[in-house]
Design a protein around this ligand. Sequence first.
Ligand SMILES: C[S@@+](CC[C@H](N)C(=O)[O-])C[C@H]1O[C@@H](n2cnc3c(N)ncnc32)[C@H](O)[C@@H]1O
Length: 254
Amino acid sequence: MTSSFNKENRIQGEEIETQDYVSEFYENKRYNKPYSLHYHNWLAQKMFSLLDLGSPILDNGCGNGFLAQFLKKHEAVGLDISPKMVELARKRYSEVILGDSQNIPFEDSYFQIVINRGLLHHLPDPRQGVFEIRRVLKNRGQAIFIEPISSFLSVIPRMIARQGKHFSKSHKNFKEKELKKIINSQLKIEEIHYFGYLAYVLLGFPDIFDIYKFLPGKSILTPALIEFDELIAKVPLLNHQAWGIMILARKQND
Ligand SMILES: C[S@@+](CC[C@H](N)C(=O)[O-])C[C@H]1O[C@@H](n2cnc3c(N)ncnc32)[C@H](O)[C@@H]1O
């Protein structure tokens, strides 16, 4: 009991250290370079188009608060475990709480929407994370998950990237089936969308991999790559070979 508690604490400690380190890269590269910003704005808009936005909203694992710009008309709160991410997110959200998504510091049935963008694969216990999301959601409230998944395209590059300082030991690479099972155990999955083929890798993560900075003609190439990704996402079976998945789910009492 004590040893598993210590192990979990150590893993969380490493994750906080990693995210504190990564926060500067989010701020100055991922959400700052024009082409990665273009990509993440497109992805965020795709995500918001699936939600019936209503308040209050929890941005669970909010990072540096990138999503706050889309939620200005709503009552939105950020939550993150990294003090440095929280410090940055406070520049964008009026309320940001330092805390653990596996023990969300809010009462039951408080939120209309819980946004989980890139969070679950960071949690030592993703099932507990989803349990907490369900607990704080109102009945019929929506949760959205954006997660990387293991696919033919992603498995080797991700294994290489994980050797670097941007990933802690709690970082997972879910299989699609496993992720759906975890979410389905608490919430009703309503929609699934695949995303991330060429544009995702080339544009989305200059903090990890930035070969795109050397390419010419970005004003044409950037939207063209995004269109290419949108096209592949519509091709049955091929679309499953994605880097990421977007899952819309709802709380339904009973
Ligand atoms: C991949 S980042 C995504 C950040 C943000 N959602 C975005 O899309 O830019 C994952 C975030 O989850 C946070 N995180 C990791 N473990 C957490 C936990 N147990 N509780 C709350 N936040 C956590 C990290 O600090 C980090 O900011």
